[in-house]
Design a protein around this ligand. Structure first.
Ligand code: FAD
Length: 501
C-alpha cells in the first residue's frame, strides 16, 4: 500500500505539469500520463506570453495595472459568459503565477512585457529575445523548465508517456478511484503495445487540453460547432477533447462547447496546404504593418480590424488554397481545403516585427522573401500591375492622414513600393482555442448537475484544469490568459487533489 496519497494527472501540458508539481509538493505520489511521446501539448506552442497584473516586472517598468482592471477585461471579453468566481481566482493569482515561474524552482526570465489586444494595460509577460535578435519561445521554454523540475524528483513522480487514458474508474458511491490507460504502439512494436493498465489513485486531475483537432463524425466539434469543421487549426493532433469525454462519462456538466476562437492568420505551408495543423501567424505581422491582399492582389479589409471582422473578410474575398482549373476547391483527403489570402510585409515591417523572428518563419517555408512586387504577384498567381497599384495606393492612403476605403486610420508603416523586397505569407483563418469544456468550481473540482433542482455538485475526487475546462474565458479568450489559467488552476487543482487523495 502507498504511504503517500496518490494523485494521477492526465495530460502533460502546462496545466498538468503545474498540477503535478503542486500535488508533489503537498506530499502526494504523482503519476502523470500523456498519450504523446513527449510532454508539452499546445502549451509548448505558445508564443505571446503569460498575463499577470501587479507583478514585480510591471512595477519595475512603471506600468500601472490593477487586478480589478484585468478582471474587468476578462469579463468584457467573455461577453457575459465567463464565470466570475473563476475569473476572481485566475486574475487574483496572476501575479503569483508569473512570480512562481520566475522564482527559484524554474528561474524563467519573464522580463519582457507586451500589450496585447483587449487588455487595458501591458501585462503579457514573455522572454526577451537573444542578443542576436532571435526570439525565445515562451511556451516551449516554460515546458522544458517545469518538466525538468518534475523529472528530477523520481522518488515520488512517475511520468508515463505514450499512455492514452481511456477510462476513469469509479466506486459505487460515484467517487473516482483511478484510471485505465492504454500503452500506445512503441517504435518497433515491442511487447506491451495496446495493453491496458489500471492505476488506483486517490484523486484524478484532467488536463488534456482542447478539442480543435478531431474532425470525425463523432467529434465534439461535429456535435457542438459543425460550422467550424472546415477550418484548419493551430492545435496539434493531440487536441481531441479526451478529458471532456472522460468527465462526461461520469456525468460532468459541460459549458460553452460551441464557443470557438478563430484566429484570422494561420500560416499555410505551400508544400502542404491541406494539413489540418498550422503554425500561427502572430497578430503582430498585421499589427506592425503587414498588408492583406486577395488572390487578385487587391486589398479587401482593414488589417487592424478585430479578429472576427478580418476572418469574415477573408472568407468573403479569399480563394481555396488548392483549386481546380475553374477555381473550385479541390477536396483534401484527411485535411481541409483552407480559404486563403496573402499577407505582405516589406523591410520596414520586418524591422518592427523582428528580423530574427521573421527568419524563423522563412526557415520553415511559411514566409517567402521575393525581390519585388512582380515576383510577389507571380507567387500569389496574379498580375504584377494589380499588386503594384495596390501597394502604391496603400502608400498614398497612409500619407493622406484620413481613413482609407476600408476604414483603416492607423498605418504602422506608410511607405510601400513595388520595387522593394517583400515578404509573402499565405494565410487562412484557423481554430485557435476551444473555450468550452467541463464545468469546474474555484477549487478545480469537476461539477455535475445534481439529481434534484438546478444546483451543481462536485464529482468526488475528480479535478480539471487548463483548456479541458470551461468557464474562465466565456465567449472569447484574451491573449496570454490560457497559460495563466494553466498555472493558476493547475496549481489549485493539484493542491486540492492531494488534500483529498
Ligand atoms: P495542452 O498543453 O494541450 O496539454 C494537453 C496534454 O494532454 C497533451 O500533451 C496531450 O498529449 C495530453 N492528452 C490529451 N488527451 C490525453 C489522454 N487521453 N491521455 C493522456 N494524455 C492526453 N496561450 C497563452 O496564454 N499565451 C500564448 O502565447 C499562447 N499561444 C498559443 C499559440 C498556439 C500556436 C496555440 C495553439 C495556442 C496558444 N495559446 C496561448 C493557448 C495555450 O497554449 C493552450 O491553450 C494551453 O497551453 C493549453 O494547455 P493545457 O495544459 O490545458 O493543454
Amino acid at each position: 500500500a502507498e504511504v503517500n496519497p496518490v494523485v494521477a494527472v492526465v495530460g502533460g501540458g502546462l496545466a498538468g505539469l503545474a498540477a503535478a508539481i503542486e500535488a508533489y509538493e503537498a506530499g502526494a505520489t504523482v503519476y502523470l500520463f500523456d498519450k504523446a511521446k513527449s510532454l508539452g501539448g499546445n502549451s509548448a506552442k505558445a508564443t505571446s506570453g503569460i498575463n499577470g497584473a501587479e507583478t514585480s516586472v510591471q512595477r519595475d517598468k512603471g506600468i500601472q495595472d490593477k487586478v480589478e482592471m484585468f478582471h474587468g477585461d476578462v469579463i468584457r471579453s467573455g461577453a457575459g459568459r465567463s464565470v466570475p468566481a473563476l475569473v476572481d481566482v485566475v486574475a487574483g493569482r496572476s501575479a503569483d503565477a508569473v512570480e512562481w515561474l520566475m522564482g527559484d524552482r524554474f528561474g524563467l526570465g519573464l522580463t519582457a512585457i507586451a500589450h496585447c489586444g483587449g487588455h487595458s494595460a501591458p501585462r503579457t509577460h514573455r522572454l526577451p529575445p537573444l542578443p542576436d535578435g532571435r526570439p525565445v519561445p515562451v511556451g516551449f521554454t516554460t515546458i522544458k523548465a517545469v518538466q525538468g523540475y518534475l523529472s528530477s524528483r523520481p522518488e515520488r513522480v512517475n511520468i508515463v508517456t505514450n499512455a492514452e487514458v481511456t477510462r476513469l474508474l469509479v466506486a459505487k458511491d460515484g467517487a473516482v478511484t483511478g484510471l485505465s490507460y492504454r500503452r500506445a504502439a512503441q517504435g518497433g512494436g515491442k511487447g506491451g503495445q495496446g495493453e491496458t493498465v489500471e492505476v488506483a489513485a486517490g484523486a484524478v486531475v484532467l488536463a488534456t487540453g482542447g478539442y480543435a483537432f478531431d474532425r470525425s463524425p463523432a467529434s465534439l466539434l461535429s456535435k457542438y460547432a459543425p460550422d467550424k469543421l472546415h477550418l484548419a487549426t493551430t492545435s496539434g493532433p493531440q487536441a481531441t477533447g479526451d478529458g471532456v469525454r472522460l468527465a462526461e462519462d461520469l456525468g460532468a456538466a459541460l459549458v460553452d462547447m460551441d464557443q470557438i476562437q478563430v484566429h484570422p492568420t494561420a500560416l499555410v505551408d505551400p508544400k502542404d496546404p491541406t494539413n489540418l495543423s498550422k503554425f500561427l501567424g502572430p497578430e503582430t505581422m498585421r499589427g506592425e504593418g503587414g498588408i492583406l491582399v486577395d488572390g487578385t492582389g487587391k486589398r479587401f479589409t482593414n488589417e487592424l480590424a478585430t479578429r472576427i471582422a478580418v476572418t469574415e473578410a477573408i472568407f468573403k474575398h479569399g480563394r481555396p488554397a488548392t483549386r481546380a482549373a475553374d477555381g473550385s476547391a479541390v477536396a483534401a483527403a484527411g485535411g481541409v481545403t483552407p480559404t486563403v489570402a496573402f499577407l505582405i510585409m516589406n523591410g520596414a515591417v520586418a524591422e518592427k516585427f523582428g528580423r530574427g523572428m521573421l527568419g524563423f518563419y522563412k526557415g520553415k517555408g511559411l514566409v517567402t522573401e521575393v525581390e519585388d512586387a512582380a515576383a510577389a504577384a507571380a507567387l500569389i498567381g496574379t498580375d504584377a500591375a494589380t499588386l503594384a497599384a495596390t501597394l502604391q495606393q496603400y502608400a498614398r492612403d497612409a500619407h493622406a492622414g484620413a481613413a482609407d476605403a476600408f476604414g483603416k486610420v492607423t498605418f504602422p508603416v506608410k511607405d510601400f513600393s513595388p520595387d522593394e523586397p517583400l515578404f509573402v505569407a499565405i494565410i487562412t483563418p484557423a481554430i485557435h482555442y476551444t473555450m468550452g469544456g467541463v464545468a469546474i468550481d474555484a477549487a478545480g473540482r469537476v461539477l455535475r448537475n445534481a439529481a434534484s433542482g438546478s444546483a451543481q455538485e462536485p464529482i468526488p475526487r475528480l479535478f480539471a484544469a487548463g483548456e479541458v475546462s470551461g468557464g474562465v474565458h466565456g465567449g472569447n479568450r484574451l491573449a496570454g490568459n490560457s497559460l495563466l489559467e494553466c498555472v493558476v488552476m493547475g496549481r489549485v487543482a493539484g493542491r486540492e487533489a492531494a488534500a483529498v487523495a
